[in-house]
Design a binder for this molecule. Structure first.
Ligand code: AMP
Length: 547
């Protein structure tokens, strides 16, 4: 078996690896590091969790050991599809390069251009970036890519999904023809094949086996629920999810909960919080500092439930996750593999529970054919029944004129303090299964790790209001959960960066501008109610030949 010391890595790198506790290279490392050190292009077909980050970072650090950075001309470039992934590569770089004097800069949205410009001006050895943000810097004339000796493209298949391939091609063209390219993708779609044929020169191709989806460390379960009403599917699933979490009890130390749509991520996180579960959302529309805070909290154990979209969670390395819950069946089978791969890592045991409705059959079939086995069906948690509220039409109130936009303060004032309509039904009924449970069934509250897993008394609950309001917006905008993911299967997960290649850049740019100027929707809008300017009220006579 290959040892790290056989790999001709810089002794400083070897020291850092030993300190990180790595004993032997993973297959992708054993395969990719030697050709990379020889200066060859590498095509690595491997997915996250295989140790691929080190397979390009370690040789890069070794190769860059000689030479010095020049102002505005990074010597190497790592492109990652999402901010989180880029930040993770940067963290890995810090670990492996800690005994060297190499410098790095991380160019991602949500961080001010000024700070990043300063670093680039000083000169960096390694630039780690998302494609859109890199091009934004380039277009502002702050960056020269003609000094790039090594270029890494990480998770190319996800770049393709997110519409970044035109950006990647452009970046390739901005770097010297003589550069070395290390290119990683979990799958080789025809478009990826085309890019590698165009931009890689005689690459060493290293393919490592797909992460075993039926890994013995992951216990997979499928719970099927038939919602009483189609228009209450999401509500029914939320009730079931809470019951499943409760049934797991203390065995569920933490969990990532996946939804297909960003809007559903928000709704689910809010709903769980409402019911006393320690949950927070993560998806591409949240600002970077919030995403970082949430992830840090999840990593250090102060947050128990991370509700995520596929893109946001992709590639995240969080070693100890006891459970993954698929609140929605993913509409793309590979996403199932990525999702459940968040648990059962590093030899630990994990549980992956998928909630499915009859409408998900098509997607389930695709998953089962990909993983080449049937997902084990399990029964609903003992004693679980849908609440009355989940069996009735959504409350009348949710059908109010949505064109009016969010509820105004005056609306709120006008509402009776006492819950009414579905709210009244929902508060006691949704709470009922939990209050009826024995304390032993509930997750044991660990001080500092989770909030009490009991619902607040109905009287204190401002609760169903925000959750249901969010759902209203969701319904009015994007259709109903579950069904909507079927109608527009790709729109949410991919939507975080999909579209034109520059979308992410634009989106991130927008976020940055948000810091400087008031957002349009935050800005004061002169209403037309009492403030209609006089000239608009004047009668205008139009002279037309028909008159
Ligand atoms: P990656 O596929 O790059 O996301 O890596 C997945 C995880 O494996 C990370 O937590 C790495 O720190 C860890 N890792 C990478 N290489 C090794 C190795 N040779 N031995 C043990 N753990 C490793």
């Amino acid at each position: 078996m290959t040892k790290f010391t056989d790999l001709k890595l810089d002794p400083k790198v070897l020291q850092a690896i030993a300190e990180a506790g790595y004993e032997t290279p993973t297959p992708i490392q054993a395969g990719a590091i030697p050709p990379a050190l020889e200066g060859r292009d590498v095509l690595g077909i491997a997915q996250t969790g295989t140790g691929k980050t080190a397979s390009f970072t370690l040789p890069m650090i070794t190769l860059l050991g000689r030479g010095r950075a020049r102002a505005r001309m990074p010597r190497s470039l790592v492109l990652a599809p999402t901010r989180e992934l880029a930040a993770q590569v940067a963290e890995n770089f810090d670990i492996y390069a800690k005994h060297t004097r190499l410098t790095k800069a991380l160019l991602i949205g949500g961080v001010s251009f000024g700070e990043q410009d300063k670093l680039i001006d000083r000169g960096v050895d390694v630039l780690i970036a998302t494609p859109g943000r890199l091009l934004d810097h380039f277009e502002r004339g702050k960056l020269l890519l003609t000094g790039v000796q090594i270029m890494v493209v990480d998770e190319a298949d996800r770049m393709l999904d997110m519409g970044f391939i035109p950006d990647i091609e452009r970046i390739f063209q901005l770097t010297p023809f003589t550069r070395q390219t290390l290119f990683f993708s979990a799958t080789m779609a025809p478009e990826i094949e085309r890019i590698t044929n165009t931009f890689l020169h005689g690459p060493a191709r290293i393919e490592v086996a797909r992460q075993a989806t039926t890994s013995e460390t992951i216990e997979q379960r499928l719970i099927e629920i038939v919602p009483a009403r189609k228009d209450q599917t999401a509500k029914a699933k939320r009730e079931l999810l809470r019951a499943v979490i409760d049934a797991e009890g203390a065995a569920c130390t933490n969990a990532i909960l996946f939804c297909n749509r960003k809007s559903e991520v928000d709704i689910l996180a809010k709903s769980l919080k409402t019911y006393g579960y320690d949950a927070a959302p993560i998806h591409g529309d949240l600002d970077q500092s919030q995403r970082t805070r949430t992830l840090d909290g999840f990593r250090d154990g102060s947050l128990r439930f991370l509700v995520a979209s596929d893109v946001a969670a992709r590639g995240l390395d969080i070693p100890a996750v006891s459970h993954v819950f698929n609140f929605d069946v993913p509409s793309h089978a590979e996403d199932y593999v990525h999702r459940i791969g968040r648990t059962g890592r590093a030899g630990r045991k994990g549980v992956a529970v998928t909630i499915a409705t009859p409408a998900d059959k098509k997607y389930l079939d695709a998953i089962e054919s990909l993983v080449k086995s049937a997902l084990p069906r399990v029964a609903l948690p003992e004693g679980f029944t849908l609440s009355e509220a989940a069996q009735q039409p959504p409350r009348k109130d949710s059908g109010r004129d949505r064109s009016r936009g969010p509820r105004r303060d005056s609306d709120r004032r006008a509402r009776p303090v006492k819950p009414h309509g579905e709210e009244a039904a929902m508060a006691p009924v949704e709470a009922a299964p939990r209050t009826a449970e024995s304390a032993a069934d509930k997750p044991v509250a660990k001080p500092g790790r989770q909030k009490a897993a009991t619902p607040r008394p109905a009287a204190q609950k401002p609760v169903s209001q925000p959750v249901e309001s969010a759902e209203e917006q969701h319904r009015s905008g994007a259709g109903r959960s579950g069904e909507s993911s079927k109608a527009e299967p790709r729109s949410e997960p991919r939507g975080e960066g999909r579209g034109t290649g520059r979308q992410e850049g634009r989106q991130e740019g927008r976020n940055d501008r948000r810091n400087d100027r008031p957002r349009r929707d935050d800005a004061q809008v002169v209403g037309m109610g009492d403030h209609v300017p006089d000239f608009l009220m004047r009668v205008t006579r139009i002279n037309s030949s028909d008159d």
